[in-house]
Design a binder for this molecule. Structure first.
Ligand code: AVJ
Ligand code: FE
Length: 442
């Protein structure tokens, strides 16, 4: 893809900064009490996220790119995620909601000034404008985190869903349950995507055996059958660590589900409703996803399999940017951006299907993979090792594809998310896979 002329690039970046900021404000447009409260020990108070996005923007755009005089060095430590675990953040001397809004507006003013005067040069490692792209993605990722906080919040609803266009809604009736992905070489990661983060780089070949993968994510109805079949009571389906966790944490069903006679209810952003059977299941941890897959006689896909399923075009043998091709997401291709407050029914988004016909790989729910979060061969930390490098290792599992709460700038065929295998507050579900037999692959 051709680089944009610099003025167009500046306008595009400014637009994306502005969109991220409007979302930040919309998710913090509630009473001061709601912003200051800690709704769960897993999460920061919303007022922490609010100022944290500004603090990171000051550090990376105002100081590092712009070499401007610092505004508030005294905030660096307060809003450094590594210095204070989420549970400890409410007791810090944080900026109040109005102070935080004023601070991030001042930072934004300076950052836009830097944008106007910066040559937006690239470097050996990244394309022009990368620092701005990183900050846009960072703010959008915190909006998704704030949505997870909102979902954990008790009390009356404060967020109003925007219904998805009817034209994108589909059903899995009539779709094959699984799709064969051919074996052979494909490309994983990227060296050319301008705003790809360090952990997505560099692009490298992988060689995979043929495998089958679910056409759509596992639904709440599917998952309910696992529960009804006694899946939570049978250690055969669980990994040893998963079974320990299932017992110690008393897991019985996805987070936010409660029994209602023979069925299930769930609380969604303050509204209690019946669990929709055709919706991709959300709020399951990796151990639950892994157990479900084993019960179903299947397994989770590896990260490399997921990426091949999402990007590989058998007609050209090339890996594309997104399942549908190289063009950016549109409202007709994927459920992104956070407005819907829910995933679309399994089988939706025919226009977003991959070359092989696999649906909903981008948007709707993050998808747990079987893989640990590890660097690609040739990885180089950028711009700091705390972005990804310190998380590499067996402790974190990779999630792919982005949820309905992810913004399109922070989601693509190569994008990697990671979390602990016990985490359930994120908007994560999964799909399953299995090895293809020699006869099937022929
Ligand atoms: C990539 C979603 C795991 O939220 O911890 C936010 C993103 N990094 N601020 C996280 C991030 C720094 C990160 N995840
Ligand atoms: Fe952050």
């Amino acid at each position: 893809r051709e680089p944009l002329p610099i003025e167009q690039l500046r306008t595009a970046i400014a637009g994306r900064l502005d969109r991220a900021r409007r979302r930040t404000h919309s998710l913090t447009a509630c009473d001061d009490g709601e912003l200051l409260a800690q709704h769960s020990p897993l999460m920061s108070p919303l007022v922490w996220d609010l100022a944290h996005v500004g603090s990171q923007e000051e550090i990376w755009l105002v100081r590092d790119v712009g070499h401007r005089v610092p505004l508030r060095c005294d905030l660096d430590a307060l809003y450094d995620a590594f210095q204070h675990p989420r549970a400890a953040r409410p007791t810090l001397p944080l900026l109040g909601p109005d102070e935080a809004r004023r601070y991030i507006a001042e930072v934004r003013d300076k950052a836009l000034d830097v944008l106007d005067s910066s040559p937006l040069e690239g470097s050996e490692l990244v394309d022009q404008g990368f620092a701005f792209g990183m900050i846009v993605q960072h703010e959008q990722q915190h909006s998704e985190t704030m949505l997870a906080t909102h979902q954990l919040r008790k009390g009356e609803p404060v967020l109003t869903p925007e219904p998805l266009p009817r034209s994108v809604i589909g059903t899995r009736e009539g779709l094959p349950s699984e799709v064969l992905v051919p074996g052979g070489e494909s490309t994983m990661g990227t060296s050319i995507e301008p705003w790809a983060l360090d952990n997505e780089r560099p692009s490298h070949p992988v060689v995979l055996d043929p495998f089958w993968i679910d056409t759509v994510p596992v639904t709440s109805g599917d998952y309910g059958r696992f529960i009804d079949a006694g899946g939570y009571q049978d250690p055969r389906w669980w990994s040893p660590a998963g079974w320990d966790h299932r017992q110690n944490a008393g897991l019985e069903a996805p987070l936010f589900w409660q029994r209602d006679g023979g069925g299930w209810l769930r609380r969604r952003f303050g509204v209690v409703e019946a669990v929709p059977a055709d919706e991709p299941v959300q709020h399951v941890c990796w151990y639950e996803a892994d157990a479900y897959a084993r019960w179903a006689g299947r397994r989770l896909p590896t990260e490399a399999e997921w990426e091949k399923a999402a990007r590989f075009d058998p007609a050209t043998r090339r890996s594309r940017r997104y399942p549908w091709g190289d063009d950016d997401p549109t409202p007709g291709r994927a459920n992104l951006g956070g407005g819907a407050l829910r995933p679309s029914p399994a089988g939706s988004y025919p226009e977003g299907a991959s070359a092989l016909g696999i649906r909903q790989l981008i948007g709707d729910v993050w998808e747990w993979t079987s893989s640990d979060f590890q660097p690609y061969p040739g990885f180089r930390a950028f711009p700091y090792s705390e972005y990804s490098e310190v998380f590499f290792g067996p402790g974190y599992k990779v999630l792919r594809g982005g949820s309905w709460a992810a913004d399109e700038v922070a989601c693509r065929g190569t994008f990697r998310n990671w979390d602990y295998p016990i985490r359930r507050q994120i908007f994560a579900g999964f799909r399953t896979a299995r090895n293809a037999t020699t006869a099937e692959a022929a």
